[in-house]
Design a protein around this ligand. Sequence first.
Ligand code: NAD
Length: 250
Amino acid sequence: MSLSGKTAFITGAGSGIGRAACKILARDGANIIAADINAKNAKETVDLIDKQETKNISIALDVSESASVKSALVKVLETYSKPPSIIVNCAGITRDNFLLNLSEENFQQVVDVNLKGTFLVIQTFCKAMVEHQVPKGTVINVGSIVGKNGNIGQSNYAASKAGVEVMTKTAAKELGREGIRVNAILPGFVTTPMTDLVPDKLKEVFASKIPLSRFGTPEEIAEVISFLASDKSSYISGASIDVNGGMVTC
Ligand code: NAD
């Protein structure tokens, strides 16, 4: 199996794409650390994969709080004695509104979770990887097509995801010398609790712009996460991979 013997730390693991990533990475042989602000859902994810012959744990984590990220690392080191070599930044939120109506609080919340959270996890876990000389580190950040093109009602979210993409490229440049690859996946529209919030009428408009005529599944994103986590992608770093059914713009 392509991830045998490796350990993966996945944020946003209690739902949607993060949960699918936990299942697929476990299927491919990785030990899973399922981290989410919703501890109950993270535990449920681990229960779903516990049949695998891997060592899996769940952790309650708020990616936007550095103390929470640091204590997650402590728990990981207590359990596995070394940092994971695979980091998947999947935690994310939306707080949609037209720019002229968007509150400062909702702007800040989205930036804090999606962008600052990704920064805190990369900094904390990659520092540990370097200190422990973990070989072949790989970081996968989940951005969005919206970070490239913008989207009505999502100025906060689009800006946060654009930040994730360019932070990915910067981190790849800085961490390559440490043997750590950093890549982003830019999903289009995927059926998860996040897109359940989108009104049906708007979903039809989006689907009409997708050449494959449908939303993606969380598993279709998770398969690409597994590829980027494995040695099969050993010469890919600083890349942004579109996984969007051929959609060019929202
Ligand atoms: P989701 O709402 O199903 O899952 C997001 C998870 O993140 C939840 O379990 C939630 O509890 C967790 N979370 C939220 N705030 C957190 C915090 N502060 N700390 C830790 N965990 C936190 O959403 P999803 O669709 O699976 O989205 C996963 C990622 O994919 C997000 O980054 C999202 O922006 C991105 N994305 C989703 C789509 C889509 O169409 N669904 C498209 C492009 C990008």
